[in-house]
Design a protein around this ligand. Structure first.
Ligand code: 5GP
Ligand code: MN
Ligand code: MN
Length: 414
């Protein structure tokens, strides 16, 4: 993908498909530590002018209601039984418990739940559970954010309308994942696989590439644990949706509808036609987004003609995009996931003055909440590629098409 950059094992911004019937492997390094990290976009029933006088108060409320940073703090403090249900039922369990409305689930990839999740002991371990209990409904750090945006340009009016958006409309974009639970699941699974590889006669040049056949007990075990962590990530974004709704209702009196929720770190078993034959593939998308074409049976009926919405964050100082899947989309129906880094966090922190960056953003009317000066510097727009160029490249390569360009009005940084 055009946003590709260095990552653990596999690069971030890559898609790898393996053929299950011929011993194809699954690799945690092809999914990443933040299992089912992803993006959701909410549409407000108002335009920029309506909220402009209240922007500071709105960002204050969003900042207050959004637990963030590396430590604890969560919208919903779970009991152990609740955690088990979140791992099995995903966003659906959050909605069942009053955190959202049933329509939200229609606008989530997979209806908000991977049904083949198995969180039993040995799959999702004690340490992972411990970390998960206190973090449901929290952003995490750094690259994760909650951003108030405006639809600045509509590239495809019919598609935008079908997705519930018009020019000038206010939106909220949420980017976060499965927090410490997902990270721990990945760590534990890599260790298990590392041991199992020899039995499967697999040797890799780097332990970050640990993998086993999809069709093996360790392979199935990984996918079941990964699915449980993915369900946690989906419930996480659902809870941050509810806290955003409360902040909007309390300050500007407006409502938020879910446009779509999609992961960009996940492995999925999918059927694709290869050399004229339908094959079951394990499609790893790491820093890559599924982009289903118009007419695909997994799309919600009201988006069948449009194709799947794809959400591409850019940076807090530039733009972000709403895209759609295209007929015959390449790369197993996948496209990019963001702008992609050009500088490491360390490099950016050394080069950028976080305090000055904050003043610059505020001076351009972009309200900033959360994080430290260093944290802000690490996420400086200059540390990322030009999102307009990345998206144009993805479109030019026949992976997706542009629906709308969004610009930031305010950001709560993790
Ligand atoms: P990742 O999942 O690789 O950590 O991040 C995905 C993408 O999010 C990055 O490639 C970057 O383009 C984008 N991003 C990171 N921070 C922000 C932010 O504060 N606002 C927006 N709109 N995008 C961001
Ligand atoms: Mn993440
Ligand atoms: Mn991410």
């Amino acid at each position: 993908m055009p946003d590709v950059h260095w990552g653990y094992g596999f690069p971030i911004g890559g898609v790898a498909a393996t053929d299950i019937a011929t011993g194809g492997v699954v690799s945690p390094g092809g999914v990443g530590f933040d299992i089912s990290c992803g993006v959701r976009l909410l549409a407000a029933d108002c335009d920029r002018a309506e909220i402009a006088p209240h922007l500071a108060a709105l960002l204050d409320a969003l900042g207050r209601r959004t637990p963030r940073g590396a430590g604890r703090g969560a919208v919903w403090h779970l009991g152990r039984r609740d955690l088990d249900r979140v791992l099995r039922e995903g966003a659906g369990y959050a909605v069942d418990r009053g955190h959202g409305v049933p329509r939200d689930l229609e606008r989530c990839e997979d209806g908000g739940v991977l049904t083949d999740a198995d969180p039993t002991a040995g799959r999702v371990g004690d340490r992972a559970r411990e970390r998960g209990l206190g973090q449901l409904g929290s952003l995490g750090s750094g690259n994760h954010f909650l951003e108030v945006q405006e639809v600045e340009t509509v590239h495809d009016e019919a598609a935008a309308r079908a997705m519930g958006l018009v020019a000038g409309q206010v939106c909220v974009m949420i980017h976060c994942g499965s927090r410490g639970l997902g990270h721990q699941v990945c760590t534990d699974q890599v260790r298990t696989m590392g041991r199992a590889m020899r039995q499967h006669g697999i040797e890799v040049p780097d332990r970050q590439l640990a993998c086993v056949p999809v069709d093996s007990s360790e392979g199935r075990g990984y996918l079941a644990a990964m699915a449980a962590a993915a369900n946690y990530a989906r419930a996480n974004r659902q809870l941050l949706t509810e806290s955003s709704r409360a902040a909007f209702a309390g300050t500007v009196g407006h409502h938020l509808d879910l446009v779509y929720d999609i992961s960009h770190n996940l492995a999925k078993i999918e059927t694709h036609r290869v050399d004229g034959v339908d094959r079951r593939l394990c499609v790893h998308r790491k820093g890559a987004t599924r982009a289903l074409p118009p007419g695909h049976p997994e799309l919600p009926p009201d988006l069948a003609d449009t194709g799947q919405p794809v959400l591409i964050p850019g940076t807090m100082g530039t733009a972000s995009y709403l895209l759609a899947g295209v007929p015959d989309g390449d790369a197993w129906h996948s496209t990019c996931h963001g702008a992609g880094r050009v500088e490491s966090r360390h490099q950016a922190a050394r080069e950028v003055d976080g305090g000055r960056l904050r003043r610059e953003l505020e001076g351009r009317g972009i309200a900033v909440r959360g994080t430290t000066a260093r944290g802000l510097a690490e996420e400086a727009p200059g540390a990322y590629k030009d999102v307009d160029a990345v998206v144009a490249t993805a479109e030019g390569a026949g992976l997706c098409r542009r629906v709308a360009r969004l610009v930031p009005l305010g950001v709560v940084k993790g």
